[in-house]
Write a protein that binds this ligand. Structure first.
Ligand SMILES: C[S@@+](CC[C@H](N)C(=O)[O-])C[C@H]1O[C@@H](n2cnc3c(N)ncnc32)[C@H](O)[C@@H]1O
Length: 318
């Protein structure tokens, strides 16, 4: 990247002064250093905070593959909101490896992009108009007047999505846009080929176990309602079809399905290991069996698994 390097600053929430002056001050007084602690579990690394996906190298690679899948799905667009050509203050919630934030910053050099995440898994060399901060987006926000707020693939991340969308509304600039991009984790097939399969069972278990611990994993279909309740106007919903595996004849769907399968190779385990072993009494070996059977189904060209992916955006009143 040709841009000069910018050091990633890590805000643990321990100091009372923000490293980001008036623009970004800290989200939370309650966050402690535990957010930066990592823990080893079942051969993977997780951070200390109760989030249920790993944050190791393997997961970073998977998130970058997911990023490519999303861009392919959306015709190389990072977002659909009509934000104009010169958004200024932009926030990426749960930025992960920061790919979205960095590409957005490259496309809009006059913007100032902030990526927030619990895990310090972002690169050190970033465009000059990107900053990453480590904090919890579920806590009360203090910064205001954001022209564009983006959140992608945050399923299971927030303790309360309705509240998160209200925070987005409250902290967006008048006329600003908020866009979320999320999966529907209820799989389906058009020919009944997923009936009675392990992959179907996998997603049923995923949905029900996250529901039991009060975390919404099936976020896509609920985005529109949360946005309406938060007060957004001009809400638009776009649904994309994404297969699992390279079985479709259609070239575009085949490419999406192939990317989905590659990321799911490690994603199946990443999605359920923590929730099932921490809360549902499963052993690692039991999860390994479910994951292996699910992978086999994903690989099986006779099983035609499909998902919907939602992109939902809305505007704060002028
Ligand atoms: C599945 S990843 C998606 C990453 C990125 N948005 C993308 O699309 O590639 C979810 C990210 O949200 C972060 N996260 C989860 N809960 C969070 C919270 N309460 N506050 C800030 N970040 C959070 C995780 O650490 C993880 O990096």
């Amino acid at each position: 990247m040709s841009a000069p390097p910018v050091t990633v600053e890590v805000d643990t929430g321990l100091d009372s002064d923000s490293a980001y002056g008036d623009e970004i001050s800290k989200y939370t007084a309650s966050l402690t250093s535990t957010v930066l602690e990592s823990r080893k579990e079942n051969g993977r690394t997780y951070h200390g905070y109760p989030y249920y996906m790993p944050n190791d190298e393997n997961e970073k690679e998977r998130l970058d593959m997911m990023h490519e899948l999303m861009l392919t799905m959306m015709g190389r667009k990072l977002f659909l909101s009509p934000i104009g050509s010169s958004p200024h203050r932009v926030l990426d919630l749960g930025t992960g490896t920061g790919m979205w934030a960095m590409e957005f910053a490259d496309q809009f050099p006059s913007s100032e992009v902030i990526g927030i995440d619990l895990s310090p898994i972002q690169p050190s060399f970033v465009p000059p108009n990107v900053r990453f901060i480590i904090d919890d987006f579920d806590d009360t926000w203090v910064e205001k007047d954001l022209d564009f707020i983006h959140g992608r693939y945050l399923a299971g991340s927030s303790k309360d999505f309705a509240k998160l969308l209200r925070e987005c509304y409250n902290n967006a600039a008048p006329g600003g846009w908020v866009e979320f991009q999320e999966w529907d984790t209820g799989l389906f097939s058009e020919d009944g080929s997923t009936d009675g399969t392990s992959i179907k069972q996998y997603y049923e278990i995923l949905n029900s176990e996250f529901a039991k611990i009060g975390r919404v994993i099936n976020t896509g279909p609920r985005l529109e309602g949360w946005m309406r309740d938060a007060g957004f106007k001009n809400i638009q919903v776009k649904k994309y079809l994404v297969p699992m595996g390279a079985w479709p004849k259609d070239k575009h769907l085949k490419t999406l399905g192939a990317w989905n399968f590659v990321e799911a190779e490690s994603g199946f385990e990443a999605g359920v290991m923590a929730v099932l072993t921490r809360h549902a009494g499963w052993s690692k070996e039991e999860v390994d069996v479910l994951v292996a059977k699910t992978r086999n189904d994903a690989k099986n060209p006779a099983i035609h698994t499909l998902f919907n992916f939602y992109v939902v955006y809305g505007q704060k009143e002028e």
